[in-house]
Design a protein around this ligand. Structure first.
Ligand SMILES: NC(=O)c1ccc[n+]([C@@H]2O[C@H](COP(=O)([O-])OP(=O)(O)OC[C@H]3O[C@@H](n4cnc5c(N)ncnc54)[C@H](OP(=O)(O)O)[C@@H]3O)[C@@H](O)[C@H]2O)c1
Length: 287
């Protein structure tokens, strides 16, 4: 199958392209010079040129805090760009998988969010992604939408790499303990998404790894697992702090665990616990 991946040099996009090529699928990943959501014509031009069976839309404006001051840019990429991808994919007869986020939820409940739960995004990033989902569904009602959360992997910038860097420099790390979610390794997300493509699924799905953690729990695990693997770390203590002690421009959901009951029975393998995947990713990064 031929797949065009937007955002193909981002965290998830890179993993998907590698995995597609490992499976001997044909993956094309135009770079920003060829495919720029801020130049909407370039979207249809690339999809027309490559005529893929599937488009996977991983491109996004993902800077959650900066989005508060760059609202127009965030909307142009996350909403208008997503709409244009869906429109162009439909016109070219391609299917579409669109990636979205737990940040469309407000975090006010304390049971895992199901696909049909009401959205209540708290900031510009979440709102622009929510409106992006809506635009995709409007243009292509049978699009596949995969929501994920707390994404990390070997490629690109993420929380795990930031913690590793800081743990190499500082004796103490202070990390927010009152925001709860579930980490998701790009390798696991990519495998789950490709399974949905193979099954030609449509509609909305949630996917992260299994389990629940606060950012503090996640940071403690990063330090413990990395040390066990022989990373050279200075950190002796990870201290839990409150969100109020670490103010950020964008408000984040306090609880953003995603319910995976819909996707679980479709997958070939059990979803790994986040800690097992973290260990595997750290091992990969070290080698
Ligand atoms: N990161 C998370 O924790 C997280 C959580 C939940 C959901 N998600 C969603 O998962 C998806 C993938 O996220 P990610 O973490 O892989 O993001 P990422 O690493 O920030 O990658 C984003 C990609 O989008 C591209 N991009 C940015 N502006 C663009 C534009 N104007 N035109 C075309 N492409 C553009 C980037 O290209 P350049 O590298 O050239 O800028 C990059 O390839 C996104 O839909 C995101 O909303 C992410």
């Amino acid at each position: 199958m031929k797949v065009l991946v937007t955002g193909g040099d981002g965290q998830l996009g890179t993993e998907l392209v590698l995995m597609l090529r490992e499976r001997a699928d044909l993956a094309v990943a135009p770079d920003l010079a060829e495919l720029d959501f801020l130049r909407p014509d370039s979207i249809a031009a690339q999809i027309d040129r490559h005529r893929p069976d599937w488009v996977i839309n991983c491109a996004a404006y993902t800077q959650v805090d900066k989005a508060e001051e760059e609202e127009d840019k965030a909307y142009r990429i996350n909403r208008d760009g997503a709409r244009e991808v869906a429109r162009a994919a439909r016109a070219a007869g391609a299917r579409l998988a669109h990636i979205s986020t737990d940040f469309i939820f407000g975090g006010e409940q304390c049971r895992p969010y199901r696909e049909g739960d009401a959205a209540n995004p708290l900031g510009v990033y979440g709102r622009s992604k929510w409106e992006g989902e809506a635009a995709v569904r409007e243009e292509m009602p049978d699009a596949l939408v995969l929501r994920t959360a707390w994404v990390y992997g070997a490629h690109g910038a993420n929380f795990v790499k930031t913690m590793l860097r800081l743990a190499g420099e500082r004796e103490e790390l202070r990390v927010v303990a009152d925001q709860v979610g579930t980490p998701a390794w790009t390798r696991d997300i990519a495998a789950a998404l490709l399974r949905l493509l193979d099954l030609e699924e449509t509609g909305t799905f949630h996917f992260t790894d299994e389990g629940v953690a606060s950012w503090y729990d996640f940071a403690c695990a990063i330090v413990e697992e990395a040390r066990a693997l022989g990373y050279d770390l200075k950190t002796r203590q990870v201290t839990p702090i409150a969100t109020d002690d670490y103010p950020t421009p964008a408000t984040r959901p306090a609880w953003s665990v995603l319910d995976k009951a819909r996707i679980r029975p479709l997958l070939e393998h059990p979803i790994p616990h986040w800690r097992a995947s973290l260990r595997a990713m750290l091992r990969e990064l070290k080698s």
